[in-house]
Design a protein around this ligand. Structure first.
Ligand SMILES: Nc1ncnc2c1ncn2[C@@H]1O[C@H](COP(=O)(O)OP(=O)(O)OP(=O)(O)O)[C@@H](O)[C@H]1O
Ligand SMILES: [Mg+2]
Length: 356
């Protein structure tokens, strides 16, 4: 079926209609991002929750699959986040991830005639990475080419310029995700001294926000982790956070309105201190030890922050200030416009280069 369509398109003088479609993919524990040029040459960026729900068709009894926001909203009790820990943990997780990814690429009209680059986490978890590889290799896309590169490298690419400047440089990148803090230096694309901490994470911030809300409201309000994540994503701001109010329904009827002043930014303040501490005293110390010259070079260049947590307004500047203090020298930090989408964008640019 793709054969006919491709032939027709080929008559247009359109870069993107020739050859396989370059696709960038980031399969994240919270969200998955796809980026590609569609048939009309428009850049498409798809951002969806990494989750899946199945139900039985009421008429035919067939199994139906839903993914993303729709699955999370309509089937909150049975929805599965199969990459919750960052990678598929077992065969079942890998099967679910395959199902999720197939649904996602089919819904977006992608087919085998594609060159796909995956931004993958740097994690010391062999079985998990093998499971992720299975998901990638058995996916319905990427007949022309399948490659994977570290998420923090892919995410740094849009921060450096409009092309692949990052691949030609020596620099350090820090990926601030939901399950990991990941840092690496890159020398012309080669990964040096990769560092991972599972202790400084977006998920941990969500847990602390939920606890802090309970304390701040004298035990009157209990929020779940999804609500805590939403408070963080909607209200966190290192430049000018504003107190906000929310309302809960009481079990016995009636509602209770409350105001949050401290419960979002205090956990984030700790998160940033912990992140700076890990980066300065573990990652950079190790890098200096392993590769003295690249370490010096990397610190004279901007350090790139990537990943969803880097979206918080003011976090890049605040990280820069605190890291400079900790290192006792001035360092510069930068991020892409959308650090959460950046890994998929960088991956898509690599796919374009490799497809040529
Ligand atoms: N706009 C935003 N403001 C604040 N936090 C955000 C925003 N967008 C995403 N996040 C947070 O960033 C984290 C997700 O980041 P990212 O998508 O990079 O992680 P991931 O790749 O799924 O996780 P990991 O790499 O740790 O497995 C979550 O904690 C999420 O709540
Ligand atoms: Mg990630």
């Amino acid at each position: 079926m793709a054969e006919d369509g491709t032939d027709e398109d080929a008559s247009f003088d359109d870069e993107t209609a020739k050859g396989p479609t370059p696709v960038g993919v980031k399969l994240g524990s919270t969200r998955t991002i796809l980026q590609f040029y569609d048939g009309d040459g428009d850049l498409e960026t798809v951002r969806t929750l990494t989750c899946l729900a199945t139900y039985e068709d009421a008429l035919t009894g067939d199994e139906r699959v839903l993914y993303g926001e729709q699955a999370a909203q309509e089937y909150p009790d049975s929805v599965e986040y199969m990459l919750r820990s960052g990678l598929p943990e077992n065969d079942d997780g890998a099967e679910l991830a395959k199902k999720f990814f197939s649904e996602l690429v089919n819904a977006n009209g992608l087919d085998g005639d594609s060159a796909v680059v995956y931004a993958i986490p740097t994690i010391d978890n062999e079985p998990g990475l093998r499971n992720l590889n299975r998901v990638i290799e058995e996916s319905p896309v990427g007949d022309a080419l399948v490659r994977s590169f570290p998420e923090s490298l892919c995410g740094a690419i849009p921060a450096f310029g409009d092309e692949l400047e990052a691949i030609d440089s020596v620099f350090a990148a820090i990926n601030m995700g939901s399950t990991n803090l990941e840092a690496s230096a890159y020398r012309h694309g080669e990964q040096l001294s990769p560092f991972v901490s599972g202790a400084v994470t977006g998920n941990e911030v969500d847990r602390r926000i939920a606890n802090a809300v309970e304390e701040e409201t004298q035990g009157r309000v209990n929020i779940d982790l999804t609500t805590a994540r939403e408070y963080k994503e909607e209200h966190a701001d290192f430049d000018d956070f504003e107190a906000f109010t929310d309302v809960i329904q009481q079990p016995g009827g009636g509602s209770h309105e409350f105001t949050i002043e401290r419960s979002v930014m205090e956990p984030l303040d700790d998160y940033l201190d912990d992140a700076v501490d890990e980066v300065a005293n573990n990652f950079l110390a190790q890098l200096a030890n392993d590769h003295m010259k690249p370490y010096q070079l990397a610190l004279s260049k901007p350090i790139v922050l990537t990943g969803g947590m880097a979206c918080i307004p003011g976090i890049v500047e605040e990280f820069e200030t605190r890291l400079s203090e900790e290192l006792d020298r001035d360092v510069e930090c930068i991020a892409a416009d959308r650090p959460d989408l950046a890994p998929a964008e960088g991956a898509r640019r690599i796919a374009e280069r490799l497809a040529k």
